[in-house]
Design a protein around this ligand. Structure first.
Ligand SMILES: [Zn+2]
Length: 353
């Protein structure tokens, strides 16, 4: 099963799915398109290429979000798809700075109510629904600061935050570091919840000067937009400008050293696989004018959790370690490196339990 944003060609299937799940006249194509235009992000759950579930996420204010139009095809119910769609919507909200989630559903429906209670929702109030016997129940939930990661090992209890087995959890072993420079991590949606993700290690170690934003294909997160406008920092996008079209924006390691002596730097790092990072760069016009640094790595990565081990391909936290060295923060680089090594060790231990 794969969850991804709905594309225009999926809209008709989505309307069909919603009407099959509720009743025939639940929603029209026009209505769905209107909601998407009005800023509801819709995600679909796909089994092979068939749309079997969907969820809408509506931003109500800077920090509060609402789940709307959650549906799972009748043939695919009670298999965990609904939980996964809810988790996807919640994680998206968290990574966009959301702290609160709300939703509403028709009652009486005890099993649905219990289902939401199990997912951590609190029932707020019920209101009579139009001219029917039914009422709407409003529920809410306080979101955690970082998205929870899927369990690394199904045989033992795993930490609900990092996904590692509780005995080797990485949540509390991080160094507490500070830097005058800043990291802005733009995370590809596929990266969310991957236990192998290392971008989160930077945030854990530098909580006050790291911001993680979740990338979206067609919109830019409000807080990311704000962060990119911050002129207190010299902005550098870390990415090899290996194509001619990016050449004019290339900046060298030596130039970075020079800049860092009189201005703090905001390092913008794209967090995802090589392919995902390229996609982010290509599809995000707001990154077009930012100078680019090619770290030009000549050593082999220590990261063995994923396949891409080409020379020069290092993982996200290794990028940050290199950048810290570059701006003369060798002690910070050393501490972050030690944390990364503990992460790898604990990953290994966690898998074998
Ligand atoms: Zn943990």
């Amino acid at each position: 099963m794969k969850i991804r944003p709905l594309k225009k060609e999926d809209y008709t299937d989505c309307v069909h799915l919603l009407n099959q799940s509720f009743d025939e006249k639940y929603i029209s194509l026009e209505q769905l398109e209107k909601e998407i235009l009005k800023n509801t992000l819709f995600y679909g759950a796909f089994e092979k290429s068939e749309l079997i579930g969907c969820v809408g996420l509506l931003q109500k204010s800077e920090e509060s979000y609402k789940i709307v139009r959650l549906a799972v095809h009748p043939n695919y119910r009670h298999k965990g798809y609904g939980e996964k769609l809810i988790a996807h919507a919640e994680n998206t909200a968290i990574l966009n700075g959301g702290t609160k989630m709300s939703l509403a559903f028709l009652v009486p429906n005890e099993s649905l109510k219990n289902w939401y209670l199990n997912l951590g929702y609190e029932m707020e109030k019920t209101k009579k629904y139009k001219n029917t016997e039914k009422s709407i129940c409003f529920a809410k939930k306080k979101l955690p600061k970082t998205p929870p990661y899927g369990g690394l090992n199904k045989r033992v209890p795993c930490c609900s935050q990092c996904g590692f087995p509780e005995k080797v959890c990485i949540c509390k072993i991080h160094p507490k570091l500070a830097s005058p420079n800043k990291f802005v991590i733009i995370m590809h949606p596929e990266e969310v919840g991957r236990t192998t993700n290392t971008g989160r290690l930077i945030k854990n170690a530098f909580p006050n000067n790291t911001e993680i934003f979740y990338w979206h294909r067609t919109t830019i997160n409000y807080n990311l937009k704000k962060a990119l406008k911050d002129n207190d920092y010299h902005k550098i996008l870390v990415f090899p400008p290996d194509k001619e079209e990016y050449d004019h924006k290339a900046i060298s390691r030596d130039m970075i050293k020079e800049i860092s002596t009189d201005k703090n730097i905001m390092f913008i790092i794209l967090d995802g696989t090589w392919k995902e990072a390229r996609k982010i760069l290509k599809k995000s016009s707001y990154l077009k004018d930012i100078q680019m640094l090619d770290l030009d790595i000549d050593f082999k990565t220590e990261y063995y959790l994923r396949r891409n081990k080409d020379l020069g391909h290092i993982c996200t936290v290794e990028v940050a370690i290199e950048l810290l060295k570059l701006v003369g923060e060798s002690e910070n680089a050393h501490e972050l490196h030690k944390y990364f090594q503990s992460f790898l060790l604990r990953y290994d231990q966690g898998r074998r339990m």
